[in-house]
Design a protein around this ligand. Structure first.
Ligand code: NDP
Length: 233
């Protein structure tokens, strides 16, 4: 079970939840110290694989390693993401490119690379979208565009790959993770971090939902799960 962005937040929690359910988990991310510590914690059946979803060669190498170590892939979780919010402006232009490359093209690339492994034995493709894939707000335009993109692409794949591969889209509202800490627009980051410090929904809450979705009997597909903290508008 490869999960991108497994070094923190929802990706790390999902790896833990799926390991509890008996899956062997491949932890993909750039921060090797983090994924290695998690692999050590999870023990046998967990593999730390350095991978940058914006670097196709590193994903190809990751897929080869997963194939060699695990024999194939049952579930691919496209979770790696950046949420670089801020007022729409030229000053944020690098953020826009980065979000599109990580959130959208990264997920597409990982999927086209791992697809043969998923096809070998059926499987599950889980794409982590967001409430922002359904509703756009001032200051989140490009982030929302990447998540709307994930939703449209996932719906196409759902129809194309069924019934062998199930496609599930997860759309969380605010979840207490490191996500806002990467925002480059200082005022926006301060506001987002203050907001996120009040968020009570945890990465584990989301991971539990993902584990539920992929452990349903194969005759049932959960296409989409939209979940918000109680009280979020
Ligand atoms: P975190 O910041 O905790 O995790 C993001 C993960 O993405 C990290 O593990 C990071 O790993 C990885 N990542 C970023 N860039 C790359 C890259 N180029 N290659 C590989 N991995 C990368 O945030 P969350 O857990 O909250 O975010 C996970 C997903 O959930 C994202 O797609 C996000 O959009 C989505 N989401 C989050 C919500 C929230 O409120 N927290 C709400 C809705 C959706 P590393 O830096 O080690 O490479």
């Amino acid at each position: 079970m490869p999960s991108s962005g497994a070094s923190s937040g929802i990706g790390a929690a999902t790896a833990r939840a799926l390991a509890v359910n008996g899956y062997r988990v491949a932890l993909l991310a750039r921060r090797v110290d983090r994924i290695q510590a998690l692999a050590d914690e999870l023990g046998d059946g967990a593999l730390a694989v350095e991978a940058d979803v914006t670097d196709r060669a590193s994903l190809v190498a990751a897929a080869e390693r997963v194939k060699a170590e695990f024999g194939g892939t049952d579930i691919l979780v496209n979770n790696a993401g950046m949420m670089l919010l801020g007022p729409f402006s030229t000053e944020q232009k690098d953020d826009y490119r980065q979000m599109i490359e990580v959130n959208l093209i990264g997920a597409i690339t990982a999927t086209e690379i791992f697809l043969d492994q998923l096809r070998d034995g059926g499987g599950d493709l889980v794409n982590i979208s967001s409430v922002a894939g359904r509703t756009a707000r001032p200051g989140n335009g490009v982030y929302a565009a990447t998540k709307w993109g994930i939703n449209g692409w996932s719906e196409s794949l759902r129809q194309e790959l069924q019934p062998g591969i199930r496609v599930t889209v997860i759309e969380p509202g605010a979840v207490a993770t490191e996500l806002p800490s990467h925002i480059t627009h200082e005022q926006t980051r301060a506001g987002a971090e203050a907001l996120y410090s009040q968020v009570v929904v945890t990465a584990e809450d989301i991971a539990e939902v993902i584990a539920f979705a992929v452990t349903r009997p194969r005759h049932l597909t959960i296409n989409e799960i939209l979940l918000r903290p109680a009280g979020q508008a």
